[in-house]
Design a protein around this ligand. Structure first.
Ligand code: FE
Length: 201
């Protein structure tokens, strides 16, 4: 199935799940994050990253109240693993790093931590808490550091109950223009190895 159809199907099947103690569903959250990226005229790769930053929650099949049970589902890793089949690092890296970006922002932005939703503050502890100063500096050297922080900021704001935003279909072109070329290119036949005289000895 084409990647965009898979995304539509994932949101249709799992998108109505609650978003871990937030007042929006998984699909509402994803669509709001993507729309915030659009409003900032982010490149397509980041719009797609925003749309799919929590796809790990949709594909890993863990229960909604996992944080209440004291478990970190590592949804960013599950999301990256799924996305890697279709997208390059400009999409997968901001997704993989969006939890670290929260830990980073808690360290460098004093207002950020107090602004986190209760559910996000709860999962922060399970995710390792705020970065140390040294960890924060190291995070800033990552090639996709800025992109990860942007996705994170949209993520944090994409929790508005009842907000009307465009549907998944709105992102078809962005997804299709960002995805890697089809996998399994035709195999070019290898040139037959010529027998050498040595083979006959
Ligand atoms: Fe999120």
């Amino acid at each position: 199935m084409a990647i965009f159809d898979q995304i539509v199907e994932l949101f249709a099947k799992k998108g109505d799940d609650a978003y871990f103690g937030e007042p929006v569903s998984q699909k509402e959250h994803a669509l709001q994050a993507a729309y915030l990226a659009k409003l900032e005229q982010a490149p397509d790769s980041l719009v797609v990253a925003a749309l799919l930053h929590d796809v790990g929650h949709l594909v890993h099949g863990l229960p909604e109240d996992i944080a209440d049970r004291g478990v970190d589902g590592r949804h960013e890793a599950a999301g990256e693993a799924w996305l890697t089949r279709y997208f390059g690092p400009e999409v997968t890296e901001p997704v993989r790093l969006h939890v670290d970006a929260k830990r980073y922002l808690c360290t460098v932005d004093p207002e950020y931590l107090s602004g986190l939703s209760p559910a996000s503050a709860q999962s922060l502890a399970l995710q390792g808490g705020p970065f140390s100063a040294a960890e924060a500096r190291r995070f800033e050297t990552h090639h996709y550091f800025r992109e990860a922080v942007r996705v994170r900021r949209w993520d944090d704001r994409a929790k508005v109950p009842g907000l009307e935003v465009p549907d998944v279909e709105h992102y078809r072109r962005a997804v299709e223009s960002t995805r890697r070329p089809e996998e399994n290119p035709p195999i070019t036949p290898m040139t037959p190895i010529r027998k050498t005289q040595d083979d006959d000895r």
